[in-house]
Design a protein around this ligand. Structure first.
Ligand code: GLN
Length: 484
């Protein structure tokens, strides 16, 4: 087995027993990237020199007796997260030559823990999408079948993890962007509770739902990464100042016995593929066998999630992306006569179609005459969705259902149908709007493509959530799917 194929846990044991070095690990990852990335287009940037230097530094720290869960572990980072001195594009022409001037908090924390950054991964432009096809740098391909989309927007991160280009990757989830590609590529993707992981240094999309999180090979690996990322950050005032829960202990002591699982009625509609439903039924049997009780739960307003999300997201996007004016940041058209033309020309040429669509939709939804009818109404329905969840979690511990209505679609198949693309997020947006932790784990294959199962829980319960989803995934696929 090549070292890049290891889980974090397996690599940790070998590193701690001095069987391998961080340099060995990094070299195998870099070799895998060299071999596979041309076909996959998962990585937009790889810095071999810096990665090897960081690996040597990690080996030195280990030689001096330092220990830590991520010390010497190589990873890839979604390219909408800043790394000082590195190009950060958000997969947009707008930021083609943008060099970040500081590290995002997640990067700083992973660095301090001794994780080794290999490079940056592809995404939908500014994270707007569910297929990675809106990237200015070309779409990522699904490693299970390169004719298919890897999902999105963190498609590069998910593809990189299943193709073993790294041991884990970081993504961002605003309305499903970690869970969706995790399902399409067959890896674990955790969207943390809003406010437990710092957004400082993330390129803002929808500030009220954006959150960074791990994509990993197993739930145990995702837990270790998440635990390092989590916690209050003075640089992000929306992070919670409360003491960080002991996620590791919650995970370790978890048992499904006596737990109450809710199956969301609205997520089991006819829109869901039969093969995916079958996996949910299998998962239910696993839960019952292990002593959990399973009941049906009504989330009456959950299916309005997509409608609400696609008013709130464009609204926040139109505001957050106003900063790209061709002057302060990024792409600039200077063959212009006046300031207005400079804005118009830089934004028209620097942004792609989907980004512009959202800016226009959002500007409209926030405009004086329409604010009440769209934005305010969406916020009110958002409150109803939050209340549905509160009610549900009074009677169950976890909600369980499909991550997506179907498995991966073909590249090109729905890129010209925005509405269809938005409906990819039908089961994902509710947890985002409510700020709840949610995870997608591999549950099996259908026609050679992965099936994802989503579990949602109460806030700050990531330890138990990952444990529960991990037990189910273990029973269904042995905890990890592997490419042939
Ligand atoms: N697919 C969703 C969208 O296009 C989710 C994106 C995300 O979570 N970044 O908005």
């Amino acid at each position: 087995m090549k070292l890049n194929e290891l889980t974090i846990k397996e690599a940790r044991e070998l590193l701690d027993n001095k069987k391998i070095t961080a340099v060995d690990l990094v070299k195998d990852c870099l070799a895998a990237i060299k071999k596979k990335n041309k076909a996959l287009n998962a990585c937009l940037l790889v810095d071999e020199k810096k990665a090897l230097e960081a690996a040597m530094a990690a080996d030195n720290r280990m030689a001096q007796g330092e220990i830590g869960p991520l010390l010497g572990i190589p990873y890839l980072l979604k390219d909408n997260i800043l790394v000082e001195g590195w190009r950060t594009t958000a997969a947009s022409k707008m930021l083609k030559n943008y060099i970040a001037s500081y590290d995002a908090t997640v990067v700083a924390r992973l660095n301090a823990a001794g994780a080794i950054l290999l490079g940056k991964t592809n995404l939908d432009e500014f994270a707007h999408g569910a297929s990675t096809e809106t990237s200015f740098y070309g779409s990522t391909k699904n490693p299970w079948n390169t004719k298919y989309a890897p999902g999105g927007s963190s498609g590069g991160s998910a593809a990189a993890v299943i193709a073993d280009l790294c041991l884990f990757a970081i993504g961002t989830d605003t309305g499903g962007s970690i869970r969706h590609p995790a399902a399409f590529c067959g890896v674990v993707g955790l969207k943390p509770t809003y406010g437990i992981a710092s957004r400082y240094g993330l390129i803002a999309m929808t500030s009220s739902t954006d959150v960074p999180g791990p994509l990993a090979k197993t739930t145990a690996d995702a837990l270790e990464v998440f635990d390092v990322m989590a916690g209050h950050d003075v640089k992000d005032l929306t992070t919670s100042p409360i003491e960080k829960p002991n996620f590791l202990e919650d995970f370790k002591h978890f048992s499904l016995a006596g737990k109450r699982i809710g199956i969301v009625k609205e997520f089991m509609s006819d829109a869901v593929d039969e093969k995916i439903k079958e996996k949910i039924v299998e998962a239910i049997k696993v839960c019952e066998k292990l002593g959990a009780t399973v009941t049906e739960i009504d989330l009456k307003h959950a299916l309005y999630g997509v409608s609400v999300y696609y008013v709130i997201t464009p609204s926040e996007v139109s505001s957050n992306l106003a900063r790209y004016d061709g002057i302060r940041y990024g792409y600039s058209d200077d063959k212009v006569d006046n300031l207005a033309e400079q804005y118009l020309s830089s934004r028209s040429n620097g942004f792609g179609r989907e980004v512009k669509r959202r800016i226009m939709l959002g500007t409209y939804a926030l405009s004086a005459g329409y604010y009440d009818a769209y934005y305010l109404k969406a916020q009110k329905v958002r409150t109803l969705i939050i209340e549905d969840f509160k009610k549900a979690f009074a009677s169950v511990d976890f909600l369980l259902g499909p991550t997506t209505p179907s498995t991966a679609f073909k590249l090109g198949e729905q890129i010209n149908d925005p509405l269809k693309m938005y409906l990819e997020d039908i089961f994902l947006t509710p947890a985002s709007l409510a700020g709840l932790p949610a995870v997608s784990v591999p549950a099996g294959l259908a026609d050679g493509l992965p099936i994802g199962l989503q579990m949602i829980s109460k806030p700050l319960n990531e330890g138990e959530l990952l444990a529960a989803a991990g037990i189910i995934s273990e029973a269904l696929v042995g905890g990890r799917l592997r490419l042939k």
